[in-house]
Design a protein around this ligand. Structure first.
Ligand code: GLU
Length: 288
């Protein structure tokens, strides 16, 4: 596989000299650089630190089909997971050297702030409140809040029908805030799968979060639930990282754009969420 190079030209040139010096061959400078040579980064950057360590800790969801779900293999699978793998590979880090940490909606900022994870790729909406404590690369996908109901419920068609009704969502999520704003009665738990039992039992009339999460839950529980109405918010998904690590943020944005160009983004989509959801052209990263 050809590894795309996203490193400072100066650093790359310096490293080429070092590599040639270490080659131990004739030292005649005729060695062809190989595609598999480790990428090099400017000293002191997060990229250099991670590449040097040879591992990265990634926060993702463990119970969200299509985006981040731990199955029988014991490692998470999904579109967010594939996005993290693309980033890791650009650091010269193989899949086996990614440490996956479960993040739920409410602990994503603290996990980044405390250094428990290097990045979070977890259906994570970029917004100004969160940008006060973490930074975001991306967006790499545009989702929108929607509604999940029992398959035989025809009473709820849009967010207007949620007013005054008990609706399940997750603490620390943007949909939970929106539900309160529109006058629903949010019942909050820690993960979206934990909303399914209250929906089955009638404790709530709906579950509300991003359309793509709900589509995954509906597909996982065939015939039981359906997604209704049109998305009624914008949920631009970003990659969370330490606040003001601008070099790392810009570099991840470069990696995203390169993956759009060379087909890896589309491949990541098609092999995961794309099994259920249509491919849409990715958004341009917001280089704030
Ligand atoms: N994208 C929304 C958020 O980041 C909802 C999904 C989630 O909680 O992961 O809050």
């Amino acid at each position: 596989m050809t590894r795309m190079r996203i490193a400072l030209a100066a650093a790359a040139a310096a490293s080429a000299l070092v590599l040639a010096g270490c080659a131990g061959g004739g030292g005649d400078g005729t060695e062809e650089p190989t595609d598999e040579a480790a990428p090099t980064f400017e000293e002191g950057t997060t990229m250099a630190e991670l590449a040097e360590a040879g591992s990265i800790t990634v926060g993702t969801k463990f119970d969200q089909p299509l985006f981040g779900l731990v199955g029988p293999s014991g490692v998470p699978e999904g579109f967010d997971v594939e996005i993290a793998k693309i980033i890791a590979s650009e650091l010269g880090i193989s899949e086996d050297n990614i440490e996956w940490v479960e993040t739920v909606s409410a602990n994503r900022e603290p996990f980044i702030e405390n250094g428990d994870v290097d990045i979070v790729v977890a259906t994570y909406t970029i917004n100004d409140t969160r940008k006060e404590v973490v930074s975001f690369a991306g967006p790499y996908y545009m989702a929108g809040q929607s509604i999940l109901v029992l398959a035989d419920n025809d009473d709820i068609q849009s967010e207007d029908d949620l007013v005054g009704q008990p609706v399940c969502s997750v603490t620390g999520s943007t949909p939970a805030e929106k539900l309160a704003e529109i006058g629903a009665e949010p019942l909050l738990t820690d993960t979206y799968t934990n909303c399914l039992e209250p929906l089955r039992s009638g404790q709530v009339v709906a579950v509300s979060t991003d359309n793509v999460i709900l589509a995954g839950l509906a597909a996982q529980n065939e015939g039981e639930f359906k997604v209704v109405g049109e998305p009624f918010t914008d949920e631009p998904y970003g990659i969370g990282l330490a606040l003001e690590d601008d070099e790392f943020r810009n570099w991840i944005n470069d990696v995203l754009e390169a993956s759009y160009e060379d087909g890896r983004y589309e491949e990541a989509w098609n092999s995961t969420a794309g099994e259920i959801l249509p491919f849409v052209e990715p958004p341009t990263p917001d280089r704030y």
